[in-house]
Ligand binder design. Sequence first.
Ligand code: ZN
Length: 459
Amino acid sequence: MRALFARHALLPQGWQRDVLLEWDVHGELTRVAPQAAPPLGVARADYVVPGMVNLHSHAFQRALGGLTERAAAGADGGHDSFWTWRDLMYRFAARITPEQIEAIAAQLFSECLRHGYTSLCEFHYLQRAPGGQAYARPAETAERIAAAGHATGMGVTLLPVLYSHAGFGEQPLRPQQQRFRTGVDDILGIVDALGVLRGPQLEVGAAPHSLRAASIEQVRELAAGLPAGRPLHIHIAEQQAEVEQSIAHTRRRPVEYLMEHIGVDERWCLVHATHLNADETRALARSGAIAGLCPTTEANLGDGLFPLQDYIEAGGRFGIGSDSHVSHSPVEELRWLEYGQRLRHQRRNIAFTPEQRDIGQYLWQAALRGGAQATGRKVGALEQGRRADLLVLDGTHPNLDGVADADVLGRFLFCGNDNLVRDVLCGGRWVVQAGRHMAQDAIAQRYRQAVHELREVSQ
Ligand code: ZN
């Protein structure tokens, strides 16, 4: 039965009652009809919202989550920072095999689906074998991510990463970065090889890693070589040190420099963009590009706080990502996004517009619109022609039982820690039912095996 009757469903125009949703064999919504009569024999749900987009992921880092939370020696903790964390992450990345990448990605995707993400953009930079030699199939590891997407039902946008330098000024890569080493032609070759996998549940774009790892000429060349309409993502202005290095080498701040030299438009997602001045904030908002915000990782790594209020006022678009995967929940990501701003401004209720003053509803729908744009896929809303990606929230939970439509997202995002996502439909397929992923046990078994192997190598 490819239909669902929702007593309450969040459509682009807001909450609607008695919505009949139908989709076709390819997983595309064919009908979204409010105020419908309940048809006989069709499954029913209390509260239905569109599945969320996770626009920034490095899947292999899932296995590292929670293992880097120990202060280094010395009274000052050795000044633990993004950069000391990165060294630990490099040591881990140096050992991992394609089979382990697939097992870890499948575990991550199943967890993300259970918490309400139905699309994910994989910013994939482990292109080479441990030691830095090319695989016989240059797209080998990216294909493993696609396989994990297929096995779990997750909608995936693969972004093979251009990574040529260790820092501004085309500094040579360090030994521990050799696994990531690629040039523009390598990435366009991988994009080409992945072309056969494209379909409604999988898109392929590309990502210059950062202005540290790719020169501005390379960024321009990659953007020009990628087929039209495909998404382009880049890490930018995540750390103050990166801003200072950019000014030292280019006399420009990173976002300023990118916008001056590259026609940043709706194809682009600028991941983090944490450190913006007022001009950059307005220019990014005007460009139509997406700011890819990853609040739990940015907090974990001590990055800083994005100027969300000014950016929203300037009409900026944004989405959310779980990046290093210290969280697998869009609820936690959006809660942190809002709470970070409240702490910064010492007041309440920051993320809203004059048209949408409900914080939960604004955050969910804005992150959906921005996230959908960043995927290059037809997702992000319950409307005809988009993917049938939706969450059935647990209407029997004390947080939701009998609440008015207007309070559902407030309850979902800002009350307690129970996972209220009961069932998940992704690409027209029920991948989570009663809180369990369809292949949860087999996926967890392979993940445990992969982590066990990695532990043995490290001992
Ligand atoms: Zn990242």
